[in-house]
Design a protein around this ligand. Structure first.
Ligand code: AAL
Length: 414
């Protein structure tokens, strides 16, 4: 090639690359840039959405046209939590919180939860002696019930480890998985001293019966990412040289689901140097996947899989995984669904959901996407030193009638 030709070819290639770079990627079009073709407009959709003129679509109308065919069944309302009866009723001086899901065995519901006693002093005093959080110095207890309302506390399931073990300070926020007639409890662990920079891990215990005895894993099954760097020696969790991954400080709220022949451990991550964003804490969710219930659990390269939420609340639905996203982040107060357990899309927005939900795993999850949320367990703060487990219910919103209108409608139907 002579020099002139060479220059011409190079210029053509360079301008092609430059032009390519300027082109917006088709998947990255803003709502404003979308054309009728992108929106799949039909007369039926225009009528359903009540759009005045399809030649003049506002950004809101374009978004509405993009909504997939989401059914009303994803939209639900929660009733105020109700107290439980029996041993799980409010008890003076006792913290019972973060109920696991319930499983039904031998005609009884089983639930596991964090239990501790005594006042919470916080981090101002002597952390060697004090209880720094309501979930500090906890053991995992369990209870059974015939009707899900009156409960009998059965005793301790998994206690804290011996001094020096990774779980010597507290074991808490537990979830249950039953798989092939074996039972698995996964839970949070903290090793002493419980200071504000302490890393939190996840432990696992297994048993042949829901009544135990439970064998604990010798090592944690999940740990925080180790790529954050604290700044200075002071016990200050907001001071960092580098924040690291979304889960560089804590891995919390573990929940294992058998899914597609593997085991998906969903968890909440807390990052070193946490900030307030979008009016809430920087809380995200991740998933780690294993071939066997006992692990090893490998964190997904797609993490974080949610940039919002708090406690993990996930269930299988229609070949995918549904997730209730509460409390923190720009997508809080939504229910999301991922066809592959990883790529979640918003299916509905909901009013404030109960915290730390313990799902009813015996529900028919395929009946409706939110069937599993018809009733379950949650916790409330009676005050900072006492928390109790409560029962929630939810219902679908199917009508909106004026006073007297519903009665009239049903008479007319007859
Ligand atoms: C909850 C959960 C975890 C935290 C603490 C107890 O909301 O996210 O369990 O560690 O608070």
């Amino acid at each position: 090639m002579n020099n002139r030709l060479c220059i011409v070819v190079s210029l053509v290639v360079l301008s092609f690359i430059a032009c390519k770079q300027k082109q917006p990627c088709p998947e990255k079009k803003t709502t404003h840039e979308m054309t009728d073709k992108d929106l799949h407009i039909t007369d039926e959709k225009i009528d359903h959405l009540g759009i005045t003129n399809k030649e003049y679509l506002s950004a809101a109308s374009k978004r509405a046209l993009q909504w997939p065919d989401i059914g009303n069944e994803w939209f639900i309302e929660f009733s105020a939590p109700m107290p439980l009866k029996g041993d799980l009723a409010y008890e003076k001086g006792v913290v019972r919180r973060d109920p696991s899901a319930m499983i039904k065995e031998n005609g009884k519901y089983y639930v596991w939860y964090s239990k501790s006693t005594g006042a919470t002093q916080g981090f101002g005093g002597d952390i060697e002696k004090d209880k720094v959080f309501p979930w500090d110095r906890c053991d995992i207890w369990y209870a059974t019930s015939i009707d899900g309302i009156t409960w009998k506390e059965e005793g301790i399931a998994v206690g804290r480890g011996k001094k020096g073990a990774y779980d010597d300070r507290s074991v808490f926020t537990v979830e249950i998985m039953k798989y092939e007639d074996k039972y698995y409890l996964c839970y949070q662990t903290v090793k002493s001293p419980y200071n504000v920079r302490v890393k939190n891990q996840v432990g696992l215990a297994w048993a042949d019966s829901p009544n135990g005895p439970w064998t604990k894993s010798k090592e944690p099954i999940l740990s925080p990412a180790d790529n954050g760097i604290w700044k200075g020696e002071e016990q200050n969790r907001f001071m960092v040289e580098k924040k690291g991954d979304f889960d560089s400080h804590k891995v919390h709220d573990p929940c294992i689901l058998p899914y597609k022949g593997k085991f998906y451990l969903y968890y909440k991550g807390e990052q070193m140097g946490e900030q307030i964003t979008f009016g809430g804490r920087q809380i995200r969710h991740g998933v780690a996947i294993a071939d066997n219930p006992k692990g090893p659990y490998i964190k997904s390269p797609y993490n974080p899989i949610s940039n919002s939420g708090h406690e993990i609340c996930v269930w299988p639905y229609n070949g995918g995984i549904a997730s209730l996203i509460t409390t923190d982040g720009p997508e809080k107060n939504t229910i999301q669904w991922a066809p592959d357990g990883i790529n979640f899309e918003i299916m509905s927005s909901i009013k404030g959901a109960p915290h730390a939900i313990g799902l009813n795993r015996s529900a028919d999850t395929e009946k409706e996407p939110t069937e599993i949320l018809r009733w379950g367990l949650t916790h409330i703060y009676n005050n900072y030193n006492e928390q109790s487990i409560m029962r929630f219910t939810s219902q679908r919103r199917t009508s909106h009638t004026a006073k007297g209108e519903a009665a009239k409608l049903s008479t007319e139907k007859k």
